[in-house]
Design a protein around this ligand. Sequence first.
Ligand code: PLP
Length: 393
Amino acid sequence: MKINENYLKLGENYLFAEIAKRVKAHKAANPDKEIIRLGIGDVTLPLVPTVVEALKKAGGEMGAKETFRGYDDEQGYAFLKEAVAAYYAAKNVALNIGEIFIGDGAKSDLSNITDIFGTDNTALIPNPVYPVYADTNLMNGRKIVYARASKENGFLPLPDSAVKADIIYLCSPNNPTGAVYDAADLKLWVDYALKNDAVILFDAAYECFVSDEALPTSIFQIEGAKECAIEFCSLSKTAGFTGVRCGYTVVPEALARGGVKLNALWRRRQATKFNGVSYIVQRGAEAVFSPAGMVEIRKNIAYYMDNANVISRALTARGAYHTGGKNSPYIWFECFGGLESWEFFDRLLTSCGVVGTPGAGFGDTGKNFFRLTAFNSRENTLKAVQKLAEFKA
Ligand code: PLP
Protein backbone atom coordinates (compact mmCIF):
# COMPACT_ATOMS: atom_id res chain seq x y z
CA MET A 1 0.00 0.00 0.00
CA LYS A 2 1.26 3.48 -0.82
CA ILE A 3 0.09 6.74 0.72
CA ASN A 4 -0.53 9.81 -1.41
CA GLU A 5 2.99 11.18 -1.22
CA ASN A 6 1.81 14.57 -2.43
CA TYR A 7 0.65 15.17 1.14
CA LEU A 8 4.27 15.10 2.23
CA LYS A 9 4.95 18.12 0.03
CA LEU A 10 2.50 20.26 2.01
CA GLY A 11 3.96 22.85 4.35
CA GLU A 12 2.99 22.71 8.00
CA ASN A 13 -0.47 24.10 8.58
CA TYR A 14 1.03 26.19 11.30
CA LEU A 15 -0.04 29.84 10.89
CA PHE A 16 -2.89 29.98 13.39
CA ALA A 17 -1.31 27.39 15.69
CA GLU A 18 1.86 29.51 15.86
CA ILE A 19 -0.19 32.65 16.55
CA ALA A 20 -2.06 30.85 19.34
CA LYS A 21 1.23 29.62 20.82
CA ARG A 22 2.75 33.11 20.89
CA VAL A 23 -0.42 34.67 22.35
CA LYS A 24 -0.55 31.99 25.05
CA ALA A 25 3.07 32.62 26.04
CA HIS A 26 2.45 36.38 26.18
CA LYS A 27 -0.63 35.85 28.33
CA ALA A 28 1.22 33.58 30.72
CA ALA A 29 3.94 36.20 31.15
CA ASN A 30 1.47 39.12 31.38
CA PRO A 31 -1.72 37.75 32.98
CA ASP A 32 -3.15 41.23 33.68
CA LYS A 33 -2.64 42.72 30.24
CA GLU A 34 -5.58 42.96 27.89
CA ILE A 35 -5.38 41.28 24.48
CA ILE A 36 -7.39 42.50 21.48
CA ARG A 37 -7.74 40.09 18.60
CA LEU A 38 -7.90 41.70 15.20
CA GLY A 39 -6.58 38.57 13.53
CA ILE A 40 -9.84 36.68 13.52
CA GLY A 41 -11.25 35.60 10.17
CA ASP A 42 -14.44 34.39 11.81
CA VAL A 43 -17.59 36.42 12.27
CA THR A 44 -18.66 37.44 15.77
CA LEU A 45 -22.25 38.72 15.40
CA PRO A 46 -24.96 36.08 15.91
CA LEU A 47 -27.40 34.85 13.27
CA VAL A 48 -30.12 37.36 12.41
CA PRO A 49 -33.68 36.82 13.78
CA THR A 50 -35.28 35.94 10.42
CA VAL A 51 -32.75 33.15 9.90
CA VAL A 52 -33.16 31.85 13.44
CA GLU A 53 -36.94 31.69 12.98
CA ALA A 54 -36.56 29.77 9.71
CA LEU A 55 -34.13 27.29 11.31
CA LYS A 56 -36.53 26.70 14.21
CA LYS A 57 -39.51 26.26 11.92
CA ALA A 58 -37.64 23.79 9.72
CA GLY A 59 -36.47 21.92 12.82
CA GLY A 60 -40.11 21.62 13.87
CA GLU A 61 -41.08 20.27 10.44
CA MET A 62 -38.45 17.56 10.78
CA GLY A 63 -40.20 16.44 13.98
CA ALA A 64 -43.62 15.89 12.38
CA LYS A 65 -44.47 12.83 10.30
CA GLU A 66 -46.21 14.86 7.55
CA THR A 67 -43.33 17.27 7.01
CA PHE A 68 -40.30 15.13 7.84
CA ARG A 69 -37.64 15.05 5.07
CA GLY A 70 -34.98 12.44 4.41
CA TYR A 71 -32.57 12.24 1.50
CA ASP A 72 -33.28 14.71 -1.25
CA ASP A 73 -31.58 16.22 -4.28
CA GLU A 74 -27.92 16.45 -3.21
CA GLN A 75 -27.52 19.56 -5.39
CA GLY A 76 -29.91 21.49 -3.14
CA TYR A 77 -33.60 22.22 -2.77
CA ALA A 78 -35.26 24.20 -5.57
CA PHE A 79 -36.52 26.80 -3.06
CA LEU A 80 -32.93 27.77 -2.16
CA LYS A 81 -31.59 27.59 -5.71
CA GLU A 82 -34.42 29.88 -6.80
CA ALA A 83 -33.54 32.33 -4.02
CA VAL A 84 -29.88 32.29 -5.14
CA ALA A 85 -30.94 32.79 -8.79
CA ALA A 86 -33.01 35.83 -7.74
CA TYR A 87 -29.99 37.22 -5.84
CA TYR A 88 -27.95 36.90 -9.04
CA ALA A 89 -30.75 38.39 -11.14
CA ALA A 90 -30.48 41.52 -8.98
CA LYS A 91 -26.82 41.69 -10.10
CA ASN A 92 -27.96 41.40 -13.73
CA VAL A 93 -26.72 37.82 -13.95
CA ALA A 94 -29.28 35.38 -15.35
CA LEU A 95 -28.86 31.81 -14.07
CA ASN A 96 -31.06 28.79 -14.37
CA ILE A 97 -31.32 26.71 -11.22
CA GLY A 98 -29.50 23.80 -12.85
CA GLU A 99 -26.39 25.98 -12.83
CA ILE A 100 -26.53 26.42 -9.03
CA PHE A 101 -25.18 23.80 -6.62
CA ILE A 102 -25.82 24.12 -2.89
CA GLY A 103 -22.98 22.96 -0.68
CA ASP A 104 -21.71 23.17 2.88
CA GLY A 105 -19.51 26.21 2.23
CA ALA A 106 -16.98 27.54 -0.22
CA LYS A 107 -13.96 25.70 1.20
CA SER A 108 -15.26 22.24 0.32
CA ASP A 109 -16.33 23.15 -3.20
CA LEU A 110 -13.17 25.16 -3.96
CA SER A 111 -11.17 22.08 -3.00
CA ASN A 112 -13.39 19.36 -4.41
CA ILE A 113 -13.80 21.02 -7.81
CA THR A 114 -10.25 19.93 -8.62
CA ASP A 115 -11.62 16.35 -8.92
CA ILE A 116 -13.03 17.23 -12.35
CA PHE A 117 -9.71 18.50 -13.74
CA GLY A 118 -6.78 16.40 -14.91
CA THR A 119 -3.77 16.38 -12.61
CA ASP A 120 -1.49 17.37 -15.50
CA ASN A 121 -3.03 20.86 -15.66
CA THR A 122 -1.12 23.85 -14.31
CA ALA A 123 -2.82 25.93 -11.62
CA LEU A 124 -2.20 29.67 -11.43
CA ILE A 125 -2.59 30.95 -7.89
CA PRO A 126 -2.15 34.49 -6.58
CA ASN A 127 0.48 35.04 -3.91
CA PRO A 128 -0.48 35.99 -1.22
CA VAL A 129 -3.88 34.33 -0.96
CA TYR A 130 -6.16 32.02 1.03
CA PRO A 131 -3.90 28.95 1.46
CA VAL A 132 -6.53 26.34 0.53
CA TYR A 133 -6.04 26.77 -3.24
CA ALA A 134 -2.36 25.86 -3.24
CA ASP A 135 -2.68 23.04 -0.69
CA THR A 136 -5.51 21.40 -2.65
CA ASN A 137 -3.51 21.41 -5.86
CA LEU A 138 -0.42 20.13 -4.07
CA MET A 139 -2.49 17.24 -2.70
CA ASN A 140 -3.42 16.39 -6.30
CA GLY A 141 0.18 16.65 -7.45
CA ARG A 142 -0.62 19.49 -9.82
CA LYS A 143 1.96 21.99 -11.00
CA ILE A 144 1.46 25.47 -9.54
CA VAL A 145 2.61 28.82 -10.88
CA TYR A 146 2.13 31.94 -8.81
CA ALA A 147 0.78 35.33 -9.83
CA ARG A 148 2.73 37.69 -7.63
CA ALA A 149 0.74 40.41 -5.93
CA SER A 150 2.66 43.40 -4.63
CA LYS A 151 2.51 47.07 -3.82
CA GLU A 152 3.37 47.74 -7.50
CA ASN A 153 0.20 46.06 -8.80
CA GLY A 154 -1.94 47.11 -5.82
CA PHE A 155 -2.09 43.41 -4.79
CA LEU A 156 -4.20 42.72 -7.89
CA PRO A 157 -2.03 40.69 -10.28
CA LEU A 158 -3.04 40.69 -13.94
CA PRO A 159 -2.54 37.94 -16.53
CA ASP A 160 0.87 37.50 -18.08
CA SER A 161 0.61 36.25 -21.66
CA ALA A 162 4.00 34.52 -21.26
CA VAL A 163 2.58 32.25 -18.53
CA LYS A 164 0.48 29.26 -19.56
CA ALA A 165 -2.05 28.11 -17.00
CA ASP A 166 -5.14 25.91 -17.17
CA ILE A 167 -6.82 26.56 -13.83
CA ILE A 168 -6.82 30.12 -12.50
CA TYR A 169 -7.81 31.04 -8.96
CA LEU A 170 -9.10 34.56 -8.38
CA CYS A 171 -10.37 35.82 -5.03
CA SER A 172 -12.08 39.20 -5.02
CA PRO A 173 -12.53 40.82 -2.53
CA ASN A 174 -9.31 39.12 -1.59
CA ASN A 175 -8.34 37.31 1.56
CA PRO A 176 -5.89 38.45 2.95
CA THR A 177 -5.32 41.71 1.03
CA GLY A 178 -8.87 43.06 0.83
CA ALA A 179 -8.08 44.20 -2.72
CA VAL A 180 -10.97 44.11 -5.20
CA TYR A 181 -10.72 43.72 -8.97
CA ASP A 182 -12.62 46.17 -11.14
CA ALA A 183 -14.51 45.06 -14.24
CA ALA A 184 -11.75 46.06 -16.65
CA ASP A 185 -9.17 43.92 -14.82
CA LEU A 186 -11.52 40.95 -14.57
CA LYS A 187 -12.17 41.26 -18.30
CA LEU A 188 -8.40 40.82 -18.86
CA TRP A 189 -8.54 37.58 -16.88
CA VAL A 190 -11.63 36.37 -18.76
CA ASP A 191 -9.95 37.12 -22.09
CA TYR A 192 -6.79 35.32 -20.96
CA ALA A 193 -8.81 32.26 -19.87
CA LEU A 194 -10.76 32.14 -23.13
CA LYS A 195 -7.59 32.47 -25.17
CA ASN A 196 -5.78 29.74 -23.21
CA ASP A 197 -8.72 27.38 -22.90
CA ALA A 198 -8.34 27.80 -19.13
CA VAL A 199 -10.98 27.83 -16.39
CA ILE A 200 -11.21 30.58 -13.76
CA LEU A 201 -12.24 29.48 -10.28
CA PHE A 202 -13.67 32.70 -8.87
CA ASP A 203 -13.94 32.87 -5.09
CA ALA A 204 -16.63 35.42 -4.24
CA ALA A 205 -16.85 34.54 -0.54
CA TYR A 206 -16.60 38.24 0.38
CA GLU A 207 -18.81 39.69 -2.36
CA CYS A 208 -21.37 40.99 0.15
CA PHE A 209 -18.87 43.54 1.48
CA VAL A 210 -18.63 45.39 -1.83
CA SER A 211 -20.62 48.61 -1.61
CA ASP A 212 -19.05 50.47 -4.53
CA GLU A 213 -21.59 49.92 -7.28
CA ALA A 214 -18.96 50.26 -10.00
CA LEU A 215 -17.18 47.11 -8.76
CA PRO A 216 -18.26 43.63 -9.88
CA THR A 217 -19.53 41.21 -7.25
CA SER A 218 -19.70 38.24 -9.60
CA ILE A 219 -17.37 37.15 -12.40
CA PHE A 220 -20.50 36.53 -14.45
CA GLN A 221 -21.02 40.29 -14.69
CA ILE A 222 -18.09 40.17 -17.11
CA GLU A 223 -18.80 39.36 -20.73
CA GLY A 224 -17.54 35.92 -21.75
CA ALA A 225 -17.23 34.61 -18.17
CA LYS A 226 -19.94 31.99 -18.56
CA GLU A 227 -17.68 30.29 -21.12
CA CYS A 228 -14.66 30.17 -18.82
CA ALA A 229 -15.53 30.51 -15.12
CA ILE A 230 -16.97 28.77 -12.10
CA GLU A 231 -18.00 30.89 -9.12
CA PHE A 232 -17.95 29.93 -5.45
CA CYS A 233 -19.82 31.76 -2.76
CA SER A 234 -20.76 31.23 0.81
CA LEU A 235 -23.11 32.46 3.50
CA SER A 236 -20.30 32.23 6.07
CA LYS A 237 -19.40 35.90 6.01
CA THR A 238 -22.58 37.12 4.29
CA ALA A 239 -24.87 35.91 7.06
CA GLY A 240 -22.69 34.56 9.86
CA PHE A 241 -22.99 30.94 8.69
CA THR A 242 -19.43 29.90 9.61
CA GLY A 243 -20.86 27.47 12.15
CA VAL A 244 -24.07 26.67 10.24
CA ARG A 245 -22.37 25.78 6.92
CA CYS A 246 -23.96 26.65 3.60
CA GLY A 247 -22.62 27.94 0.30
CA TYR A 248 -23.30 27.79 -3.40
CA THR A 249 -21.31 27.14 -6.52
CA VAL A 250 -22.29 28.25 -10.00
CA VAL A 251 -21.19 26.12 -12.94
CA PRO A 252 -22.63 27.63 -16.14
CA GLU A 253 -24.21 25.36 -18.73
CA ALA A 254 -22.15 27.16 -21.37
CA LEU A 255 -18.84 26.08 -19.81
CA ALA A 256 -17.28 23.14 -21.65
CA ARG A 257 -13.73 21.88 -22.05
CA GLY A 258 -12.61 19.04 -24.29
CA GLY A 259 -16.18 18.88 -25.59
CA VAL A 260 -17.53 18.06 -22.11
CA LYS A 261 -19.83 20.27 -20.04
CA LEU A 262 -18.26 20.98 -16.66
CA ASN A 263 -21.72 21.36 -15.16
CA ALA A 264 -22.41 17.68 -15.95
CA LEU A 265 -19.04 16.60 -14.55
CA TRP A 266 -19.51 18.50 -11.31
CA ARG A 267 -23.09 17.18 -10.97
CA ARG A 268 -21.73 13.65 -11.43
CA ARG A 269 -18.96 14.23 -8.89
CA GLN A 270 -21.34 15.60 -6.30
CA ALA A 271 -23.93 12.88 -6.89
CA THR A 272 -21.30 10.29 -6.01
CA LYS A 273 -19.41 11.98 -3.18
CA PHE A 274 -21.88 14.37 -1.52
CA ASN A 275 -25.31 13.87 0.01
CA GLY A 276 -26.48 17.44 0.30
CA VAL A 277 -26.86 20.13 2.95
CA SER A 278 -29.47 19.55 5.64
CA TYR A 279 -33.04 20.70 5.01
CA ILE A 280 -32.94 22.83 8.15
CA VAL A 281 -29.82 24.70 7.05
CA GLN A 282 -31.19 25.22 3.54
CA ARG A 283 -34.35 26.80 5.00
CA GLY A 284 -32.13 29.06 7.12
CA ALA A 285 -30.17 29.98 3.97
CA GLU A 286 -33.38 30.70 2.07
CA ALA A 287 -34.34 33.14 4.84
CA VAL A 288 -31.06 35.07 4.28
CA PHE A 289 -32.33 35.98 0.81
CA SER A 290 -35.80 37.04 2.00
CA PRO A 291 -36.46 40.81 2.12
CA ALA A 292 -36.39 40.83 5.94
CA GLY A 293 -33.28 38.62 6.04
CA MET A 294 -31.46 40.91 3.62
CA VAL A 295 -32.21 44.01 5.72
CA GLU A 296 -30.94 42.27 8.85
CA ILE A 297 -27.73 40.84 7.37
CA ARG A 298 -26.91 44.16 5.70
CA LYS A 299 -27.01 45.77 9.13
CA ASN A 300 -24.38 43.31 10.38
CA ILE A 301 -22.26 43.80 7.27
CA ALA A 302 -22.44 47.58 7.78
CA TYR A 303 -21.27 47.10 11.38
CA TYR A 304 -18.19 45.18 10.23
CA MET A 305 -17.54 47.69 7.47
CA ASP A 306 -17.64 50.57 9.94
CA ASN A 307 -14.92 48.71 11.88
CA ALA A 308 -12.96 48.29 8.64
CA ASN A 309 -13.21 52.05 8.03
CA VAL A 310 -11.98 52.79 11.53
CA ILE A 311 -8.88 50.66 10.91
CA SER A 312 -8.29 52.05 7.42
CA ARG A 313 -8.54 55.64 8.68
CA ALA A 314 -6.06 54.95 11.48
CA LEU A 315 -3.57 53.50 8.99
CA THR A 316 -4.02 56.45 6.66
CA ALA A 317 -3.36 58.78 9.60
CA ARG A 318 -0.10 56.90 10.23
CA GLY A 319 0.81 57.14 6.56
CA ALA A 320 0.82 53.33 6.25
CA TYR A 321 0.36 51.83 2.79
CA HIS A 322 -2.65 49.53 2.86
CA THR A 323 -5.20 47.76 0.72
CA GLY A 324 -8.73 46.69 1.69
CA GLY A 325 -10.86 48.20 4.39
CA LYS A 326 -13.14 49.46 1.65
CA ASN A 327 -15.44 46.88 0.06
CA SER A 328 -13.72 44.25 2.21
CA PRO A 329 -13.52 43.26 5.90
CA TYR A 330 -9.75 42.71 5.57
CA ILE A 331 -7.08 45.36 5.87
CA TRP A 332 -3.59 44.55 4.62
CA PHE A 333 -0.82 46.97 5.46
CA GLU A 334 2.91 47.34 5.25
CA CYS A 335 4.50 46.63 8.62
CA PHE A 336 5.65 49.84 10.28
CA GLY A 337 9.36 50.58 10.21
CA GLY A 338 10.07 48.02 7.47
CA LEU A 339 9.71 45.16 9.97
CA GLU A 340 9.09 41.59 8.83
CA SER A 341 5.63 40.34 9.61
CA TRP A 342 6.44 37.88 12.42
CA GLU A 343 8.65 40.43 14.15
CA PHE A 344 5.91 43.02 13.78
CA PHE A 345 3.44 40.49 15.20
CA ASP A 346 5.59 40.02 18.31
CA ARG A 347 6.18 43.73 18.79
CA LEU A 348 2.50 44.60 18.35
CA LEU A 349 1.50 41.88 20.79
CA THR A 350 4.02 42.71 23.48
CA SER A 351 3.82 46.50 23.32
CA CYS A 352 0.12 46.95 22.45
CA GLY A 353 -1.61 43.65 23.23
CA VAL A 354 -3.02 43.63 19.69
CA VAL A 355 -3.11 40.37 17.74
CA GLY A 356 -3.13 40.36 13.94
CA THR A 357 -2.04 37.92 11.27
CA PRO A 358 1.48 38.00 9.81
CA GLY A 359 1.40 38.38 6.03
CA ALA A 360 4.11 35.73 5.64
CA GLY A 361 1.45 33.14 6.49
CA PHE A 362 -0.29 33.80 3.17
CA GLY A 363 2.73 33.56 0.88
CA ASP A 364 6.26 34.91 0.64
CA THR A 365 5.00 38.16 -0.92
CA GLY A 366 3.37 38.89 2.44
CA LYS A 367 6.70 38.90 4.30
CA ASN A 368 6.49 42.62 5.19
CA PHE A 369 2.72 42.89 5.43
CA PHE A 370 0.12 42.34 8.09
CA ARG A 371 -3.59 41.51 8.04
CA LEU A 372 -6.19 42.96 10.38
CA THR A 373 -9.87 42.11 10.24
CA ALA A 374 -13.07 43.99 10.92
CA PHE A 375 -14.80 41.14 12.75
CA ASN A 376 -14.18 42.22 16.34
CA SER A 377 -16.51 44.55 18.30
CA ARG A 378 -16.50 48.32 17.69
CA GLU A 379 -15.21 48.89 21.20
CA ASN A 380 -12.22 46.58 20.71
CA THR A 381 -11.53 47.91 17.22
CA LEU A 382 -11.40 51.47 18.55
CA LYS A 383 -9.09 50.40 21.38
CA ALA A 384 -6.82 48.56 18.94
CA VAL A 385 -6.46 51.48 16.54
CA GLN A 386 -5.60 53.77 19.44
CA LYS A 387 -2.77 51.39 20.30
CA LEU A 388 -1.70 51.17 16.67
CA ALA A 389 -1.43 54.96 16.60
CA GLU A 390 0.88 54.84 19.62
CA PHE A 391 3.01 51.93 18.34
CA LYS A 392 6.70 52.81 17.97
CA ALA A 393 8.49 50.86 15.27
N1 PLP B 1 -12.70 31.54 0.51
C1 PLP B 1 -12.03 32.46 1.22
C2 PLP B 1 -11.22 33.47 0.50
C3 PLP B 1 -12.08 32.46 2.62
O1 PLP B 1 -11.39 33.38 3.31
C4 PLP B 1 -12.85 31.48 3.27
C5 PLP B 1 -12.94 31.42 4.74
O2 PLP B 1 -12.31 32.08 5.49
C6 PLP B 1 -13.51 30.54 2.49
C7 PLP B 1 -13.42 30.60 1.12
C8 PLP B 1 -14.27 29.40 3.10
O3 PLP B 1 -15.46 29.76 3.59
P1 PLP B 1 -16.57 28.70 4.00
O4 PLP B 1 -16.05 27.31 3.78
O5 PLP B 1 -16.85 28.97 5.44
O6 PLP B 1 -17.71 28.99 3.11
